[in-house]
Ligand binder design. Structure first.
Ligand code: ADP
Length: 166
């Protein structure tokens, strides 16, 4: 039976760190669904449609990979799709407490769904959407942290952002 995993997150915007988790997730699971979630506690720079557009553009054509959105509970979505795994990435210790709580809550909500963590690649340890947005808004550089398409979308929001190669 095919093992389907769901990779939920804000992806505001998708970064090279997320892409690394997606690539490695595809080596572990038969199918992967990137799920752009709606988190009422967060303010987003990009709309859900913009975030989905960026993800679809940068992942290209891979039949085992799809992108979706949901405003409900992740475990409910996972079950609806006949999936069994929630995939998450772990960077620093600071991620751990939140991720641990989420995994325990999701387990309590549905014991048939397992959360699986992949450690970040060392190159992506400091790569996170919040830092990228902050650096962009202050006219910094985000070289090497986001794909070119995402860089262009950030530049539309923050014209002061320094060019990727400068
Ligand atoms: P959320 O808003 O749910 O934290 P994010 O879009 O920030 O969503 O991240 C989604 C998932 O990807 C989370 O599990 C996060 O830890 C992971 N992730 C984000 N950036 C990286 C990175 N550089 N390396 C590994 N995992 C990452």
């Amino acid at each position: 039976m095919a093992v389907i995993a769901v990779y939920p997150g804000s992806f505001d915007p998708i970064t090279n760190g997320h892409l690394d988790i997606i690539d490695r997730g595809l080596r572990c699971f038969d199918e992967l669904i990137v799920l752009v979630g709606y988190n009422p506690a967060k303010k987003f720079l990009f709309t859900v449609d913009e975030r989905i557009d960026m993800i679809k553009t940068v992942i290209g054509d891979e039949p085992r990979l799809s992108v979706d959105t949901s405003d409900g509970l992740i475990v409910d979505y996972v079950q609806q799709k006949g999936a069994r795994v929630i995939l998450r990435g772990l960077r620093a210790m600071s991620d751990f407490e939140y991720e641990f709580q989420m995994a325990l809550i999701n387990r309590r909500l549905n014991r048939d769904v397992e959360t699986v963590f992949l450690m970040t690649g060392s190159k992506w340890f400091y790569c996170n959407s919040s830092i990228i947005k902050e650096a962009s808004s202050l006219g910094g550089t985000v070289t090497g942290m986001v794909p070119d398409y995402v860089f262009r979308k950030l530049k539309e929001k923050y014209p002061k952002l320094k060019n990727n190669n400068s």
